[in-house]
Design a protein around this ligand. Sequence first.
Ligand code: G4P
Length: 284
Amino acid sequence: MNYQWYPGHMTKAKRMMQENIKLIDLVIELVDARIPLSSRNPDIDELGKNKARLILLNKADLADDVCNKEWIAYFKKRGFHVLEINAKAGSGIKGVQGAVREACREKIERDRRKGIVNRPVRAIVVGIPNVGKSTFINSIAGKACTKTGNKPGVTKGKQWIRLNRELELLDTPGILWPRFDNQEVGRNLAFIGSMNDEILQKTELTIDLIGCLMINYKKELAARYQFPEEAETPLQVYEHICESRKCYKKGGEIDYEKGALLLLDDFRSGRIGRITLERPEESA
Ligand code: G4P
């Protein structure tokens, strides 16, 4: 299947990012903990060079806990500050302030040496669509924050959310574009629902997903849909899933489309289990 992204939006998004990144000290990059590489765009490393960097493994609640720890180690080894969070439930958010301070230690020291005190760190939240940027901003900002805009030195119209004396966030997150040139990346994004499902062949997507899940999560699949151990191909498993959930058409034949929707929804909501589709050792 050919996985497409909307390249038309790329140039605009990139221009916005270039403009906004000039204003900030710290890039807070959200990635999806289930596919931490496919859900980031490597260009952010170029755009964000000379800035402090913090990666948040978001949706950590949906990802395999062991893999979350491995991914944290992976990014730390590459010089990033990293935290796992669940922006929706708010877990891990408390650690963000400490991580920001750590990531910006050099800037804070530099300011102090120059006699600049009480200048907050300015940060932008970036990530591909649907990774949880707005949820994170809402979660960290809560209700207690104040918005400040049109300060001297701030581009007119830009809004800053003052979280506390130490940290201000640009209120509009930066949208990154995924690496649409790579089919595997496209497929991973389609699995987690970050592509428009309407344009995808859901039955083919489902067979691909089952194939991936069978590598490391066959036990979880079998437990949820109670298929026999001898089911060996993704198609066999697919049929068992349809049968176990009574996905039939009127005449009694298997309704693959219905089975696909059911499985994709179960997977995306974490009902099959906490699953990570990309592993650091495969990308070392
Ligand atoms: P974006 O700004 O980057 O585009 O993403 P947004 O915050 O809109 O989040 C996209 C979806 O991901 C939302 O679900 C949101 O609730 C969910 N989400 C964000 N962070 C987490 C997380 O840490 N864990 C989990 N499990 N989900 C998260 P939605 O289906 O669009 O809305 P809703 O059903 O939650 O209302």
